[in-house]
Design a protein around this ligand. Structure first.
Ligand code: GRF
Length: 204
């Protein structure tokens, strides 16, 4: 029998500032996401996200990747996630590529937020590249993580219109606050409403 959504345990994986993690925490606390946020993990000691999580009373842990092989680091993260009984992962600015083996451990149910309207602008600095390309309509995407870079099936996208007189930093900030922080919690809700099932195999 499927686990009721309210009993599902999520972990957030992040590397830095943690503004999306903050928005997700709001989502868990308001009931928009009817599940438990059981753990926040960072791969960088002192990452702002750790303090944000701890301040709000969440269990927060650092598993540094420096000096370790990908395999050894992932094994350590997986052990921690298993210890905490984590069902699903939310990547929020997690600057590590996850191996297919790691993803398999979560049955494909790993979500990520990307600051562009995929499939356009996959990879790094996507928000800035939208600005450089002078896109009028810019946005962000929540998608399932697969073995590629930002190639997994899309769950939800949101967009805004660039005014044309913002600098790159301002446009990045608008994408983050006006789109990412709004769509990520909603995408998690959508994922749960659809039965918390992993990605459809047909892709997009
Ligand atoms: C966001 O722009 C997100 O889309 C990308 O990394 C950034 C993380 O920002 N994957 P924050 O740490 O959530 O503030």
């Amino acid at each position: 029998m499927a686990t009721p959504a309210a009993e599902l345990r999520f972990a957030i994986l992040a590397s830095g500032r943690g503004s999306n993690a903050d928005a997700l925490m709001d989502g868990f606390e308001s009931g928009l996401i009817p599940a438990t946020l059981a753990l926040v993990v960072a791969n960088v000691a002192g990452a702002q996200v750790l303090e944000k999580a701890a301040r709000r009373g969440y269990k927060a842990a650092t598993v540094p990747h420096k000096g370790k092989s990908r395999e050894a680091h992932e094994a350590e993260v997986l052990r921690l996630l298993a210890d905490q009984g984590i069902d699903h992962l939310l990547l929020a600015g997690y600057m590590r590529i996850l191996s297919p083996e790691f993803l398999k451990a979560f049955g494909g149910a790993v979500l990520n937020i990307h600051p562009a309207l995929l499939p356009d602008f996959p990879g790094l600095h996507a928000a800035r590249r939208q600005w450089e390309a002078q896109r009028k309509v810019v946005g962000a995407t929540v998608h399932f993580v697969d073995a590629g870079v930002d190639t997994g099936p899309i769950i939800l996208q949101g967009s805004i219109v660039a005014t044309g007189d913002e600098d790159a930093e301002r446009l990045e900030a608008r994408i983050r606050t006006e789109v990412e922080h709004v769509i990520y919690p909603r995408a998690v809700r959508l994922f749960l409403d659809r039965g918390g099932r992993p990605a459809p195999t047909e892709g997009r």
